[in-house]
Design a binder for this molecule. Sequence first.
Ligand code: FAD
Length: 410
Amino acid sequence: MVVSTTRKAQTMSTQHGMAATHRVLILGAGYAGMSTAIQLAARVKRRKDVQVTLVNAQERFTERLRLHMTATGQQLAEMSIPELLEGTGAEFVRGWVTAVDANAKIVRIDDNQVLHYDTLVYGLGGMADTEAVPGVEDHAYTLNSAQDAELLADRLARLGRGTVVVGGSGLTGIESAAEIAEQHPELNVVLLGRQEPGAAMNPKAKAYLQAALERLDIRVRSGIEVVKVLPDSVELAGGETIAADVVLWTSGTRVSPLAAVAGLTVDERGRIVTDAALRSVSHPEVYAVGDAAAIRQGYGVMHGTCQGGMPTGVHAAVSIVRALNGKQPKPFRFGYYHTPVSLGRHDAVVQFTHPDDSPRRVYLTGRTAARYKETVTASPWPTYGRMKKMPASGAFWPHGGRFTRIRGVR
Ligand SMILES: Cc1cc2nc3c(=O)[nH]c(=O)nc-3n(C[C@H](O)[C@H](O)[C@H](O)COP(=O)(O)OP(=O)(O)OC[C@H]3O[C@@H](n4cnc5c(N)ncnc54)[C@H](O)[C@@H]3O)c2cc1C
């Protein structure tokens, strides 16, 4: 446990019944929460009246974009969150958030610690939906955390020969199937999903992606519905079963129930519904960022990505500083620009997109695309380092023009 002077200060202020300073508590040090923490800490560094505290389950930063690499036994760089925060004045608390009391403005960590806040930033991310299909929870592996990915890596390393079924033909499913097939050529890999892989890409990019899966000897079955996962197989609608030594589940998304239980207004997936400035519509002292937030743009509600998650984190920090200075926060606007998909370590497809995420004609393939994908994947950590010294360097992203504009919101 990292000793937190913030908690001491919080305890003192609670004992004396008044808050000495404005306490900003950030939950989750993923791509979005880290962006908020670094951006905010850099902007309030010289202020004595603001405390920034970041809570996360682990001290090590989870590179979620690389979890399919972790799942195939590849070693990733060590990235320490407390080390990154050094010199910023922000405090780090390692622990598991077990409850949020939005009326009392407190958060429980590991059930036995209490942290108070004046402003809360909720960035606990999302995960594959393991509840919708029976048997997934009991028999399937996931990439929901680094530990989950390591469990899968261990199983694959011990498997020898066998069949791995990847449930879900979205981007995580495609990247995982390709990585497993490349790192474990002795295994049969089957990719199952409702949609054909690359369905949202332009026809040429999609054809390239599907040819790459074929080259990797991945058996693709699309247009199907998995209805049950059993210890040694998956059952499809219609009764067919596919034998599986290992099932990896990547389909669907859900979020922690903490926000809903706290009484915050959430959408049908449990994500916190925000106003244009990323504040909870029911509790404006709570900001929601990243995959845990339901953020409306002109094209619809944003879907979970790192490319959009980091800007939400930065925007929340900037808005908090504006509010502390008695100014109105500005509306958040974000337009997508690419969909990079790795196909093993040496191949990829990068589909460039319109701000509403629909495909443009332009795309990259092969080693150029693989290098592009690697550059994007490696960029968050150095971005945080730069933001520490120069917060404005993290405040640039495409705003999406007419695609993101919402009538009546300025
Ligand atoms: C294999 C894979 C590949 C991907 N590739 C891409 C890509 O190429 N481009 C892209 O834009 N997106 C990609 N994504 C999606 C991207 O990773 C997510 O959109 C992004 O991680 C969301 O960031 P976040 O900060 O909201 O959540 P996360 O990064 O998930 O961070 C949430 C943090 O909160 C912590 N946490 C959660 N619950 C608790 C709790 N109760 N108590 C304490 N801590 C908690 C977690 O440990 C984690 O550190 C990929 C995802 C996967 C799985």
